[in-house]
Design a protein around this ligand. Structure first.
Ligand SMILES: *Cc1c(COP(=O)(O)O)cnc(C)c1O
Length: 430
């Protein structure tokens, strides 16, 4: 692994401070930690922050980006739309290249707008148009609740019963993750009744990375479309949505992408649909052909590409935050991030299991499968909540999911190998 000169992926890890410090010294991304605010702990100078999968930390550059827009508004008023430093009229254009490289798309295939759940509904308006023979949707059992509600309400909206229309794929007895072959079997079993495969890219609870390419192909083979919620995938794993022929996707930007609470969402619409103005959609003036948007004419003509799904003018303040955050991703690139993320997660698993070996009080099972990203989910037993509270007391910011899972996300942008070693020390003392 070039990123860690001299440290092969097969390196035998050691659960020692020196070993962790040595990995940090070899980490070419180590300096990026300084570009973020790491919250202060109660007992330590900096928290051990392992919840970048829930709310990413604030890039130090955000404030200047926000200030620029506040200044332009202050000094230019409405003229900021065309004469600001980053003219608001074109604001979504500033994201095309950078957002496209996060998900592996053509710049025309992405747009930044709204929030995630809103965007899922908008995309389903276009890409879930069931009829009496083809109306089923396959999704993962235990999907994120918002996704379940979106799909149920869309199905009902079209007059179908969720019990008939929604097919959930569950792990096999005694397993915690889904096997690709089982998902594909389900797809084939629904055959020409399947309208849509709708999955997450990374499962929020277990951290499983799904084979987006294989699932998309299987859905297409039975004549269905394939759409993905990339909330936990964007900024975390490398993707090639265009080449994989994914029909549509959406993601939020406040998790791995560090763009602030309630931050804007990203949307992908494959050019095969995006360049087709006849694809039905809910329309608004910001999706109208840009060069005559201000003619205020009757008759919606969509802007080509994902931009043609926009409804409203850009929420510049939250988008300014995303702009700052994306610049850092652009500097580093998903390849290096994903590769450090893999190493961090491998070290985390090693340290956590090593701690469990030395402390009888620690009992848990790692339910994150091999096919993973920057997340480790620990299925705990009766003392799980006590363990979680102990960690919180000691400034470890992890995440508790009912009934008994602790999620830890070591994020390559700002987490260090030392963070992981120090978490391990605390686990040993539980
Ligand atoms: C975080 C997350 C959401 C959140 O939706 P918002 O509309 O941004 O509140 C939705 N779906 C998944 C899979 C998520 O992980």
């Amino acid at each position: 692994m070039a990123l860690f000169a001299g440290v092969e992926a097969t390196t035998r890890f050691e659960n020692t401070r020196n070993f962790a410090l040595d990995l940090d010294r070899k980490d070419v991304l180590a300096s990026y930690r300084q570009k973020y605010y790491i919250p202060q702990g109660k007992k330590r100078e900096e928290q051990l922050y392992f919840t970048g999968n829930s709310l990413g930390l604030q890039p130090r550059s955000v404030e200047a980006h926000l200030k620029q827009e506040l200044e332009d508004w202050k000094n230019l008023g409405v003229e900021g739309h065309f004469h600001g430093k980053h003219p608001w009229f074109y604001y979504h254009h500033f994201f095309n290249e950078k957002a496209a490289s996060i998900v592996g798309a053509n710049p025309s295939e992405v747009v930044i707008m709204n929030n995630l759940t809103v965007n899922l509904h908008l995309l389903l308006v276009s890409f879930y148009r069931p009829n009496s023979s083809r109306f089923k949707i396959i999704m993962e059992a235990g999907a994120f609740p918002s996704d379940m509600y979106v799909i149920e309400s869309q199905v009902r909206h079209h007059g179908f019963d969720p019990m008939d229309a929604i097919i959930e794929v569950k792990p096999r007895e005694g397993e915690h993750h889904l096997r690709t072959e089982d998902i594909i079997d389900k797809i084939e079993a629904q055959g020409d009744e399947l309208a849509l495969l709708f999955f997450s890219g990374v499962q929020y609870y277990t951290g499983q990375v799904f084979d987006i390419e294989a699932l998309t192909k299987a859905a297409h083979d039975v004549g269905a479309l394939a759409g993905f919620d990339l909330a936990h995938a964007a900024g975390n794993i490398e993707m090639r949505l265009h080449d994989w022929n994914v029909d549509f996707a959406a993601w939020c930007t406040y998790k791995y992408l560090n763009s602030g609470p309630g931050g804007v969402s990203g949307v992908f619409v494959h050019d095969k649909h995006g360049q087709d103005p006849t694809v039905p959609r809910f329309a608004g003036w910001w999706g109208h052909k840009e060069d005559d948007r201000f003619q205020m004419n009757k008759g919606f003509i969509p802007e080509p590409g994902a931009a043609g799904w926009q409804l409203s003018n850009a929420p510049v303040m939250t988008m300014a935050v995303h702009k700052a955050a994306l610049e850092l991703f652009d500097e580093v690139g998903m390849k290096k991030l994903a590769s450090k993320g893999e190493m961090l997660n491998a070290y985390l698993e090693f340290v956590v299991l090593d701690a469990a070996n030395s402390n009888d009080k620690l009992e848990f099972e790692v339910i994150t499968p091999e096919n993973r990203s920057c997340q480790l989910s620990l299925l705990t037993n009766e003392n799980g909540k006590e363990l979680f509270d102990y960690l919180t007391e000691n400034d470890v910011i992890a995440d508790w999911r009912e009934p008994n899972v602790i999620r830890l996300a070591p994020v390559p942008m700002y987490n260090s190998f030392l963070d992981i070693f120090e978490l391990g020390e605390l686990l040993c003392r539980f």
